[in-house]
Design a protein around this ligand. Structure first.
Ligand code: GLN
Length: 456
């Protein structure tokens, strides 16, 4: 299985993979075989997986899509990587992403953009573009990904595959290079909800090495996410937020999503009109909080402790300045500047504190809906299908605006899922996939997977 996928990867031209190590992969596959022969295999033993290059891995480089870490090799594995290795999964390699997971199109990678397997003229989405493209192109049956403001759900939607961002704090962030720590959450991308359920069984759980990991006492108990997959959906109340169907939603996306909602009615669910009135505020709120946290997290990349260092400099200040100017790409530099600005004395109250207050109101919107109107919320993942490569590459605000339907879930820390629900039209009538978003209350992962599985 591993050599089959390696062959496909080596023959592919999507730029999804950044690092391969055939020998290491085949050695892992051999030990999985031994486990199978010994009768000690679990359900994922021998199954290949691609890791987003934001999860640190011993023996493989971890670049986080940045020149800053172009030659970095971690002395330890991220908890997620470690858990999958213990389950016997076989690492196929490390996959491409937007630099430090900042982006919505995978065009911010220092190692070049990824091509959408459905249409090579289209972006794959971001920041987990490599993960989604690898699964969509059958270069890997599963991939790890991370979602800070939509980076699991949106690339899954653009590439026509399935992805789930768990409740914030359920998956360990240990060894996941930090972008915005109060938002970052790991999760799987795979073909189906059933595959995601199997992956979450090993991914979710308390980790004492992550200070924001939810504890068992807080409800982060081991579950079998395959348990409820076959439950019928009779009586399920689906909230349909009017803010997710307004101006700006492309008609091809709207019709695919509405057709999916009708399918759920046939499966026994009822649709309930709801409102999430603060939706539009999620963009300015997120694009203050995420850069603020990023500017602080990325201060560690100083040319001393990690990664790249400028080769010529006059003094320490000059070394910092040149190292960071050379190592970070434009979008990362922009976020550091915005983040530093909103945190500085004099602006902190006007921007950062205000954004934190609105973040709470956004979370309250969801709780009001879940309290008495609906069990889950559905809508589009993104306002359009994947756009053309290059068409928004120099327009950061156009990229930010496209995150409108995924940011609120992240700000609220809720679980969210993307499943394929049809196609819109791309250039020259190429098919470009549409994703349906399913949002649940805290700890509702099993319910989301059940709902997705019934549809699939
Ligand atoms: N597109 C968003 C951003 O650029 C979200 C990225 C993410 O979830 N990592 O920040």
């Amino acid at each position: 299985l591993a050599s089959h996928y390696l062959g496909r990867i080596e023959a592919s031209s999507h730029n999804a993979f950044l690092h391969l190590d055939r020998e290491r992969t085949l050695a892992q596959a051999a030990s999985a075989d031994a486990r199978i022969a010994a009768g000690t295999a679990g359900p994922l033993t021998g199954v290949p997986i691609a890791h987003k290059d934001i999860f640190v891995t011993r023996g493989w480089r971890t670049t986080v899509g940045s020149k800053m870490l172009a030659n970095y090799e971690s002395p330890f594995d991220a908890t997620v990587v470690d858990r999958f290795s213990k389950a016997g999964m076989v690492t196929l390699g490390k996959v491409n992403l937007d630099e430090f997971a900042m982006g919505s199109a995978n065009e911010n990678s220092a190692f070049g953009p990824v091509k959408n397997p459905w249409d090579p003229l289209a972006v794959p989405g971001g920041s987990s573009g490599g993960s989604a493209a690898a699964v969509a192109a059958r270069l890997a049956p599963a991939a790890t990904a991370t979602d800070t403001g939509g980076s699991i759900r949106q690339p899954a939607a653009f590439c026509g595959v399935t992805g789930i961002k768990p409740t914030y704090g359920r998956v360990s962030r240990f060894g996941m290079i930090a972008f915005a720590s109060s938002l970052d959450q790991g999760g799987p991308i795979a073909q189906t909800a059933e595959d995601c359920a199997l992956l979450l069984n090993d991914m979710i759980g308390f980790d004492e090495r992550d200070s924001t990991s939810l504890t068992v006492e807080q409800g982060n108990v081991a579950e079998d996410y395959t348990r409820d997959l076959n439950k019928p959906l009779n009586g399920l109340r689906i909230g349909v937020p009017k803010e997710y169907f307004g101006e700006g939603l492309a008609s091809d996306v709207e019709s695919a999503v509405r057709a999916a909602l009708e399918q759920f009615v046939k499966l026994g669910a009822t649709l309930v009109d709801i409102s999430l009135p603060k939706t539009a505020l999620s963009i300015p709120t997120y694009y203050i909080i995420a850069p603020a946290e990023a500017s602080s997290n990325l201060s560690r990349f100083d040319g001393v402790r990690y990664g790249h260092r400028a080769s010529e400099y006059k003094d320490l200040q000059d070394m910092y300045r040149k190292t960071r100017a050379e190592g970070f790409g434009r979008e990362v530099q922009r976020r550091i500047m915005v983040g530093t600005y909103v945190l500085c004395h004099g602006y902190y109250d006007a921007y950062y504190v205000q954004a934190q207050k609105i973040r709470r109101l956004i979370a309250d919107d969801f709780q009001a809906a879940f309290a008495d109107k609906c069990d889950v919320i559905m809508g589009p993942v993104a306002p359009t299908v994947a756009w053309d490569l290059g068409s928004k590459a120099n327009d950061p605000v156009a990229n930010y605006l496209a995150d409108i339907f995924t940011l609120s879930t992240s700000l609220a820390g809720l679980p969210g899922m993307s499943i394929p629900c049809g196609f819109g039209a791309g250039e020259k009538n190429a098919k470009r996939p549409v994703g349906l978003q399913i949002i649940g209350n805290y700890f509702a992962e099993a319910k989301l997977l059940n709902i997705a599985h019934q549809y699939q």
